[in-house]
Design a binder for this molecule. Structure first.
Ligand code: KIV
Length: 261
């Protein structure tokens, strides 16, 4: 997939599949799949580093995750997240943060929210950096929002999200993530925009869907939000493999003669 395909998919009513990824080995698997594009999300702060929000991750860490994913999935379109506050500084610092993610191997960056970001988005786009927007539940604002909860349920809040999505399109975003908004609102926004929407917890009316790698593969049995479908139970698969190895080691069944020099 390349940048022009995002609008082309939407025009052809072809849905976009996106998944997050943060490391080389997973990216290698992803590269051999039919998934359209990959997000090196700042959710890495939670899934890879064990934090309880996305706030602690730095531009340097995001660059390292992006570079690892690029090495593993060189043929996929990569979106790299700009982390918390990295794009809320001076214009030159914001551009430098985006440049670092791009130099690490991303083909575009994603940032959260519209208000206060529109000038930067125009500047990045005019500098050759494609920008993906992100509205609805914006995890970098979790302390402002007051928790991981559905956004835009009340008509005035829904109106703000719709207005912001139009503003992001006008500023030059090539696609928009809609996170945890009612299905009807996501559908309305998707119909109002020429750029594709990519939903997570936003219903089937979006132009594409994104899920977090660990969630879609069932790696964390304790995480089960309503919107999530687990396509595997890797927690169980990996745990069983580890226990089988443990038993073999302790029972002198591993390594065998054939597995020894
Ligand atoms: O960081 C992330 O994983 C994201 C997705 C939830 C869209 O932004």
């Amino acid at each position: 997939m390349k940048i022009s395909d995002f609008r082309a998919y939407k025009a052809a009513l072809k849905k976009i599949s996106m998944v997050t990824c943060y490391d080389y080995t997973s990216a290698m698997i992803l590269n051999s799949s039919q998934i359209d594009c990959v997000l090196v999300g700042d959710s890495a702060a939670m899934t890879m580093h064990g934090h309880d929000s996305t706030l602690p991750i730095s531009v340097e860490q995001m660059s390292q995750h992006t570079a690892a994913v690029k090495r593993g999935a060189p043929s996929k379109f990569i979106v790299g997240d700009l982390p918390f506050l990295s794009y809320r500084k001076s214009l030159s610092e914001n551009v430098e943060a985006a440049g670092e993610i791009m130099r690490a191997g991303a083909q575009s960056v994603k940032l959260e929210g519209a208000r206060g970001n529109l000038e930067l988005i125009r500047h990045l786009v005019n500098s050759g950096i494609p920008v993906m927007g992100h509205l609805g539940l914006t995890p970098q604002s979790i302390h402002q929002i007051g928790g991981f909860k559905v956004q835009g349920k009340l008509p005035p809040d829904a109106e703000v999200i719709l207005d912001d999505s139009l503003a992001l399109q006008k500023a030059g975003c090539f696609a928009l993530v809609l996170e945890c908004v009612p299905q009807a609102l996501a559908q309305k926004i998707s119909e109002a925009l020429e750029i594709p929407t990519i939903g997570i917890g936003a219903g089937v009316g979006c132009d594409g869907q994104v899920l977090v790698w660990q969630d879609l593969l069932g790696m964390n049995p304790n995480f089960k939000p309503k919107f999530l479908r687990k396509y595997a139970d890797l927690h169980q698969v990996i745990q069983a493999a580890l226990n089988a190895y443990d038993q073999d080691v302790k029972g002198l069944k591993f390594p065998s003669k054939e597995e020894s020099y």
